[in-house]
Ligand binder design. Structure first.
Ligand SMILES: [Zn+2]
Length: 457
């Protein structure tokens, strides 16, 4: 630990030996949604595919907590194998699958849809399957009938049949059929709106750049909305329990955060809109061009205007996570460690170094407690099938702390130059930890083998 950090540790932490209350809340909430992988990994016998585009229409029934959906999936067969195609389908019930106008026989095992293509597929060719389904998903989507609210959370294959793996990025057109009078936010930009004879509205959203499926999603509800379209990105803030004026105050830092992350990444914000939504439950989830935060975050910021880690974290994901995406969950710290670290870097930029160091020390303490329980692991580790709470602390907080250590080691200029090299050269791609090491070595002109061996591998 560097001297400045240990000074801060003495001043802020040893005083009472406790984490700040707000920080505890931040930690707990970020840990709720875990990665649980029973998702489509290439398996013996099944073809390797690259999904290019999803075109879906979803009919959510908020009152009954059910959905009906139809998706057409365009994909390239990278390597055709005799067992056919495998997709992820959560607990959804599959009603039919068509290849052009021909019905495809299928079965579902362990939340995976196996499609018998009768050897009718060839490597290098593109296909389009149309799948109809329905269900009452217990994860991946959260319904609150009493307030007419529904939103998605991370596990996309539980509401949209897809290849739910972070390295298969695809574009999306998503139509949502919802009752009149509700606000709808989804992935990308709103491109159409049609009133249906039955009184419902069909909203069409389009995500034009390929992104991983776990950031596909939507939020629907009866929200108040504050729009800030002074800058080149249209910012919208939604909440049910706050006035428009309060929403403006709660999210007043958003434009500043966005410019800060653009500067640090060296890559402009990729969309034309960004929305933040305060919703029911202990939610904190980034999606493409929007994020959902727990309702109580609003009260928290109205009470203390610098207590903004959560919104900054989710906005940082619009670069690190959404567009610079871990190739697989073993390198998940490149998503989460970055988002945690960047939220504190913004606080430093905006409110001073002590705020940053206070955060870093909290991250260090969280990590230290895991280490004291003998549960420390390298940041890259294989068994992500069932991560423990300690594992998640490592990915989020040891990850952020290691970025801080790297910053101290390299100094300001080389560190931020390295972050820009890493972010620019990997934007739109999948990353592993070696990509970060390579960018940082390029920026600093020296080997980081020992550092990465000690802290990352
Ligand atoms: Zn995150």
């Amino acid at each position: 630990m560097n001297k400045r950090l240990s000074d801060i540790k003495n001043r802020f932490i040893n005083r009472n030996g406790l984490l700040d209350l707000y920080f505890k809340v931040y930690i707990i909430l970020l840990l709720i949604f875990s990665v649980n992988q029973s998702l489509a990994q290439p398996k013996d016998g099944f073809s390797e595919i690259d999904v290019l585009h999803y075109k879906a229409r979803i009919w959510p029934d908020i009152g009954n907590k059910t959905i009906k959906g139809k998706v057409s999936i365009q994909f390239l067969v990278k390597e055709a194998r005799p067992s056919g195609i495998m997709l992820d389908c959560g607990d959804l019930t599959i009603d039919s699958v068509y290849n052009r106008h021909e019905a495809v026989s299928f079965n579902v095992t362990n939340r995976q849809l196996h499609l018998d293509m009768k050897n009718n597929i060839q490597s290098g060719q593109t296909y389009e399957l149309v799948i109809s389904y329905h269900g009452n998903p217990r994860r991946g989507i959260s319904f609150s009938p009493s307030i007419q609210q529904v939103f998605t959370v991370f596990h996309t294959s539980h509401w949209l049949v897809c290849k739910d793996h972070p390295d298969d990025k695809a574009t999306l057109q998503l139509n949502l059929v919802v009752p009149e009078g509700l606000q709808v936010v989804s992935t990308g930009a709103l491109t159409g709106k049609t009133a249906l004879p039955d009184g419902r509205i069909d909203y069409q959203w389009h995500q034009p750049t390929a992104v991983p499926t776990y950031i596909f999603g939507f939020a629907i509800g009866s929200f108040r909305r504050h729009v800030d379209d002074q800058g080149r990105i249209k910012l919208s803030f939604f909440g049910r329990d706050y006035s428009e004026h309060e929403l403006a105050r709660i999210f007043q830092e958003t434009w500043g955060m966005l410019k800060f992350f653009e500067d640090r990444a060296g890559v402009p914000y990729p969309g034309t809109t960004f929305s933040l939504i305060l919703a029911e439950g202990n939610i904190s989830q980034e999606m493409a061009d929007f994020a959902i935060l727990r309702n109580s975050y609003g009260k928290q910021v109205l009470g203390n205007e610098i207590d903004i880690n959560l919104a900054a974290h989710e906005l940082a994901h619009q670069w690190w996570g959404n567009h610079i995406t871990c190739l697989n969950w073993q390198h998940f710290w490149l998503n989460e460690g970055f988002a945690v670290f960047m939220s504190s870097a913004y606080k430093e930029f905006r409110f001073g170094i002590e705020e940053y160091l206070k955060d870093i020390d909290n991250y260090f303490q969280a990590y230290e407690k895991v280490a004291a329980r003998d549960a420390d692991k390298s940041l890259v580790f294989d068994n992500w099938d069932n991560p423990s709470a300690d594992d998640r602390i490592l990915v989020y907080y040891k990850g952020a702390y290691v970025l801080h250590l790297l910053r101290n080691k390299l100094g300001e200029d080389a560190f931020w130059k390295g972050i820009r090299i890493y972010s620019r050269s990997n934007f739109g791609k999948s990353v592993v930890s070696a990509d970060l090491q390579q960018a940082m070595e390029e920026a600093s002109g020296g080997s980081l083998e020992t550092f990465f061996k000690k802290w990352v591998y």
